[in-house]
Design a protein. Sequence first.
Length: 317
Amino acid sequence: MQSAERFKHIYAESPIGIALYDGDGQWIEENQACLDIFGTSDVLEIKRFNFFHYPYPLLPDETKEKLRCGETVRYTGSFDFEKVKELGLFSTVRSGIIYFYMLITPLGSKGNRPANGYLVQIQDITEQNRAEEALKQSEERYRLLLESISDSVCVLDSDWRHVIVNDAMTQFVHVPKEKVIGRKLTELFPGSEKTDYFRELERVMRTRRPGVVTHGYKFASGIEGWLEVRVYPVPEGILCIANDITERKRAEDEVFQHSRELAALHNVLISTTQTLNLEEVLREIVSQVGAALDSAYTSIVMVDKEGNLEMGTNHFM
């Protein structure tokens, strides 16, 4: 007796809609949660509901056939309350379309013998469905944003596997995306674990503090250059955004070299005003030019009109 009372209490208070149907699919009994899902309090109207022969089909024909054969059915679908109002099926305070999950269990069915009733459990999953749809749209926007970035972007997990990459990254390394996803950084770039670049990635992965590192690259094809990589901690591991700065680096190196050459010229000009000794002037020129060019050995020679060597000035770094 106590067990029956406990069952009735659970049935009545369950947040899941529960309804009983007879073997012909005719509504017999329901709990309050079920009435709430359909937005009605008129039990007499709702009891006209027959999921085998209702004017507004709740279940597809193949699902109905499975039920008739005594199979338990799990079904996700939608229910349009505007259609219910248009057909005058029952009074409801709800409007629009809801999405539901339904579990229908045949009762008393053995072998090929038809069921003598059905236990229906139904849940309104409209909000869950909307959240999933919003998540899909958000993921699509994220994907489009990722692919619109011209820099190489990748996300590495704690095992150093590529879990996210954009097209710019795969085009840069000349490896198809399907061969990058899931592969470790050290597999894709053997020896990278010995570089300052990898040590900076390790630091960000460990400390969860952003960083930036510049490192050189060289492919088997002979192409080489420089990358500036900004590294950020993310839930999956680390996010790396790499910008090819080869042209900028070359321009900076050219400016630096030009500055050194100008400084060398300036020092030579100063030295010529401090002495009239040609050998001392030439020695200073050789020294300054050698330093500006990072040359291990620099030499100036003087040749007369007949091609004879008159004097030479050497400088060793």
